[in-house]
Design a protein around this ligand. Structure first.
Ligand code: ADP
Ligand code: MG
Length: 682
């Protein structure tokens, strides 16, 4: 970019808006437009709207009390109008000479008997001054950068820079096929739209010119993700052969039969493992749908082939639970299962590291402790990440790189998620992965009954709890995060614990929360599992994975404040046994329409995918995916909530262009997302 295009001061101000070069400037789109393309008669103007009039100065008034005020009286042949200025320079007063003609644009107020405009835009004109034939762009700006200046700078870029050489249209044929205008034409039009179009399509960003930019941005996004997808196929992995015997022993010892869906998903995975490039699959399945057993079968396959498997979970409770379950399943197969977590003593850790390094440990289950530098695998062939949405992109990638001894081969990877994302969204947005879905629950589950109660009915709830405990069943009482304050949440939980302990003299009440250390947590969870603790008061730490089939009642406080997927996850902790389970969702105060709508969804649906679809409708994809927090590149112009339907087509276009292997693909990615590099895996 020629530096002299912006002055130093301008550059500094532009930088505040994230504008570093002329393309940034052009992609800094107007947020709205003003219509100064026609002249209205004063007699036709109405308060509250924007108008442009052309009128002659009749007189000016200067008043100082109660405030400094400059009032310019103007009139056209149809009526009179007052212009009021509260901030003005002495030179301005002189400018407003009687008889001169002004073209004025502003909002009409009617707080006096005369209509007036406060601080309107104005310019002096002669009868020959041409009227604008384009809508005036209004830019998101910062102090010291006027709209006029923005407009000038943008137009200067178009005039001075040889735009088409610098920013060529890379994929001309495709744009013709999709009936989209060129980049130059689009940008020119967006920054100075002709009034032969409706203004609304520019305000709403639905013009064909906006479409082109949205298309480009999403194309860059898909290039990146699909690029990763195809790149993955160029890496080497060991094709894992299938061990019939091991799987038969495993299945014949299992306390249940796999569902059809579990089996078909296992076949997807088995097939992936047999290929000579790394598996990169997301396994989605509702809470309780039985993902763990599928992952275990895949692990057996890899271990029997002679490689190690890592299994990473987001919390120690969950890692321990997996450790117990998988150890009991796998001991008959002669597989050594290792647990690795942050809270282990240095001595125990060192011993574990040693077994991981020398290959004695076959399956290593753990938390983030698995991705520490000290962990060196002998030969990591496969890793599983449970509740993958709880890990950042970088953490997820860390395991892939931890194969320090054998760098020639990449491990296979399987991500699991119990936060269902509607299939179409998952396939088109997370397009760097293959996706498998388990959308049925194992047989014999009784659907959890959901009740929605006002907070005031506590007495009634205490009776229900008592009844459950007398039946030998157990209860969760969940205190959610209150206004994002962990301290407050803890207070509520402690208070509830006290109230319940005082009330239920005959049933033991326990309390578990995030501030306890992992030994304390484990002790409490054990007591709950062994049915010593009957009622467990918990903060949202129990959200993922905890499996206590004898717990049949859950009370969730402040349910109106929680996200649908969180409520669904929590509710999934019960209904795991033979007996019927009930989830009571409490709300405080009067429900807002939105809260009511959301609770209705959770009340009426038990299928996580249905809930996710409704949630998507309520919140839109952007918020639904939590894109802002996800560490994924954010979109500047495209809006998933609005443009989500384009994704599927654009994904196909990206795929067919990627096949051409053109250099323009990375040029296009760079043009749109400087920040994509950060999340790449190289
Ligand atoms: P999630 O998909 O939420 O991780 P889990 O794998 O923890 O679910 O499974 C939930 C419970 O269901 C576990 O106790 C598991 O042993 C059991 N389970 C899994 N598959 C089946 C099946 N096919 N039939 C009966 N029970 C099953
Ligand atoms: Mg699970």
């Amino acid at each position: 970019m020629p530096k002299q295009l912006f002055t130093q001061l301008q550059s500094k101000k532009l930088k505040k808006l994230g504008i570093l070069n002329s393309l940034d400037l052009l992609l800094h789109l107007p947020i709205r437009y003003e219509d100064e393309t026609q002249i209205d008669l004063i007699k036709n103007i109405t308060p509250g709207l924007m108008f442009q009039v052309e009128a002659k100065i009749i007189s000016i008034d200067l008043t100082y009390r109660p405030r400094k005020n400059l009032i310019v009286h103007v009139s056209d042949e149809s009526g009179d109008l007052k212009l009021r200025f509260l901030n003005f320079y002495p030179s301005q007063i002189k400018q407003f000479e009687k008889g001169k003609i002004l073209r004025i644009y502003g909002e009409i107020k009617s707080n006096s008997f005369l209509f007036e405009m406060i601080h309107p835009k104005y310019e002096f004109v002669t009868p020959k001054t041409p009227i604008k034939d384009f809508y005036s762009p209004i830019y998101p700006s910062t102090e010291g950068l006027s709209q006029k200046m923005f407009f000038k700078l943008v137009q200067k870029v178009f005039e001075k820079e040889n735009f088409e050489t610098q920013y060529p249209d890379y994929f001309k044929k495709l744009y013709i096929k999709r009936k989209l205008p060129s980049l130059l034409e689009s940008l020119k039009s967006i920054h100075k739209p002709s009034n032969k179009f409706e203004k609304k399509i520019f305000d709403d960003r639905t013009s064909i010119y906006h479409q082109r930019l949205i298309y480009d941005e999403l194309l860059a996004h898909q290039f990146f993700f699909r690029g990763q997808y195809h790149l993955n196929k160029s890496y080497n992995a060991n094709p894992i052969s299938y061990s019939n015997t091991a799987q038969e022993i495993f299945l014949s010892n299992l306390e249940f039969k796999l569902t059809k869906k579990q089996y078909s998903v296992f076949l997807d995975i088995k097939n992936d493992l047999g290929q000579d490039f790394p598996m990169n699959r997301l396994l989605q399945g509702d809470v309780g749908s039985g993902k763990t057993v599928v992952a275990t079968m895949a692990a057996i396959q890899v271990i029997k082939y002679g490689h190690q498997v890592a299994f990473m979970a987001p919390t120690e409770i969950l890692a321990e639970q997996h450790f117990e379950k998988l150890s009991s399943w796998l001991v008959k197969l002669g597989i050594n299962v290792e647990l690795l977590k942050g809270s282990m003593s240095a001595k125990l850790k060192a011993a574990a590291y040693e077994r991981i390094k020398n290959g004695k440990a076959n399956l290593i289950i753990g938390t983030h402790a698995l991705i520490q530098d000290k962990v060196v695998f002998k030969y990591l062939g496969f890793y599983i990440i449970d509740e993958q949405h709880r890990f950042g992109v970088k953490q997820r990638l860390a395991l892939r790189k931890s194969n320090k001894i054998n760098k020639n081969f990449e491990p296979h990877q399987l991500m699991m998620s119990a936060t269902p994302i509607p299939r179409t969204l998952a396939m088109s947005y997370f397009s760097d992965m293959d996706v498998s879905i388990i959308d049925e629950l194992p047989p014999g589950r009784k659907p959890v009954k959901t009740k929605i109660f006002s907070d005031k009915k506590r007495d009634e709830i205490l009776k229900i709890i008592d009844q459950h405990c007398l039946n030998g069943e157990q209860v969760y009482w969940v205190c959610p995060l209150v206004e994002e304050s962990e301290t407050l949440q803890l207070e509520t939980a402690e208070k509830t614990f006290k109230v319940l302990s005082d009330y239920f003299i005959n049933h033991k009440v326990g309390l578990i929360h995030g501030r306890l250390d992992s030994i304390q947590k484990k002790e409490i969870m054990n007591q709950f599992k062994n049915n010593q603790i009957k009622i467990l008061v918990a903060t949202t730490v129990i959200e993922v994975g905890v499996d206590v089939p004898n717990a049949t009642l859950m009370v969730i406080e402040n349910s109106e404040r929680m996200g649908l997927s969180q409520l669904h996850q929590l509710r999934g902790r019960i209904g795991r046994g033979e007996k019927e389970s009930i989830c009571i969702m409490l709300y405080q105060k009067k429900l807002s329409d939105l809260s009511r709508r959301r609770l209705k969804v959770i009340y009426e649906n038990i299928d996580g995918f249905k809930i996710a679809e409704e949630d998507l409708k309520i919140r839109g994809p952007g918020e639904f995916l939590g894109l802002r927090q996800s560490g994924l590149p954010t979109l500047k112009i495209a809006d998933l909530d609005r443009d989500f339907e384009l994704l599927e087509t654009i994904k196909k276009d990206a795929d067919s262009l990627l096949r051409t292997n053109s250099k323009d693909i990375s040029n296009h990615i760079n043009r749109w997302h400087r920040n994509y590099q950060d999340v790449g895996r190289s």
